[in-house]
Design a protein around this ligand. Structure first.
Ligand SMILES: Nc1ncnc2c1ncn2[C@@H]1O[C@H](COP(=O)(O)OP(=O)(O)O)[C@@H](O)[C@H]1O
Ligand SMILES: [Mg+2]
Length: 299
């Protein structure tokens, strides 16, 4: 597909992570070459692939965020939904890029996509309210809520549900309303009022994710994690300048937007991970689970 095609709403970015310590010690060669000034990566001698964005090993977190995520977050204020999905084999940098690991103290420069997006969102909310107050307009009202689900072996796990580890935890199911809105029945929708409240909730959920290990990465996550932020904005409808009844009642409009952040399980093939038994079965259902994820995110 023509990557300049404005009709397509899917953009693909490739990020190449720097070599890790083991790869450096083993003297592994870097087999990727990014064509300067082009979103193109060349593998080996002559296999060139072009994407919407290509980020080479030296790319900082902030660069990735400002080039491909920032405007999507801004779109939330106009009622546009968006999804950012990280795909790649275990150890390729999905969790690092999304910023949903929280297992170590992350330096501000190393923050990934989600904390940056949450920061941007609440900054945007506060500045819209402040601007309205300064200009003596009715300020917009925002309602933000978060949901954090994990898809593991085709089972949906609610990372915000403290009772989910007990044997009587309910099984969550995907439903569709008459209007075609897809939702997960019974999943906790947590109202969040600030950046720190949202990140605290995300941290708590992230720490309880199901993790297993394969030869590829000892701490690898074997499940898909979907963090969703819903924004509802009630704002005054701008009056046309020639309106004669300026003293009339104010009309309000409500805009809603959903932002999904998805950190997928490793995309590696079973053979290469040396996974057997339960782990191998997991690998298979991880890929079946992808289909359900796509259905869930369609809304
Ligand atoms: N762009 C990067 N710069 C520096 N370190 C990175 C980068 N991407 C990944 N890493 C490191 O590589 C390791 C594997 O990344 P991780 O995000 O856990 O992979 P995945 O989630 O795809 O399995 C982690 O230790 C992470 O900190
Ligand atoms: Mg990961």
């Amino acid at each position: 597909m023509d990557r300049n095609d404005q009709d397509t709403s899917v953009k693909v970015a490739v990020r190449i992570r720097p070599q890790n310590a083991k790869e450096q010690v083993d003297m592994c060669r870097v087999c990727t070459f990014v064509t300067p000034g082009e979103p193109q990566v060349v593998l080996g001698r002559d296999k060139a692939f072009t994407y919407d964005y290509v980020f080479d090993t030296g790319t900082e977190q902030v660069q990735l965020y400002t080039s491909c995520v920032e405007k999507l977050v801004e779109g939330c204020f106009s009622g546009l939904n968006a999804t950012v999905l990280a795909y790649g084999q275990t150890g390729s940098g999905k969790t690092y890029t999304m910023g949903t690991g929280f297992d170590v103290t992350v330096l501000p420069d190393e923050q990934g996509v989600v904390p940056r997006a949450v920061h941007h969102l609440f900054n945007g909310i506060n500045s819209r309210i402040q601007d309205a107050i300064k200009e003596k307009r009715d300020p917009p009202q925002f309602d933000v809520s978060a949901q954090f689900l994990e898809l593991y072996n085709e089972e949906i796990i609610d990372l915000f549900d403290p009772s989910r580890d007990t044997s009587n935890s309910k099984r969550l199911k995907i439903h569709e309303t008459h209007e075609g809105v897809i939702y997960v029945d019974g999943a906790v929708v947590q109202s969040v009022k600030s950046e720190s409240e949202t990140l605290d909730a995300l941290k708590r959920g992230a720490l309880s994710r199901t993790v297993g290990s394969t030869n590829m990465n000892a701490q690898s996550s074997r499940s898909h994690a979907i963090f969703t932020i819903s924004v509802s904005q009630k704002r005054p409808v701008l009056q046309s300048t020639d309106a004669s009844d300026s003293a009339g009642s104010q009309d309000w409009e409500t805009l809603t937007a959903k932002f999904h952040f998805v950190d997928l399980a490793g995309s590696e093939r079973l053979k290469r991970t040396g996974a057997t038994g339960e782990r191998a079965k997991e690998g298979i259902s991880i890929n079946c689970g992808l289909v359900s994820i796509c259905v869930h995110m369609y809304n």
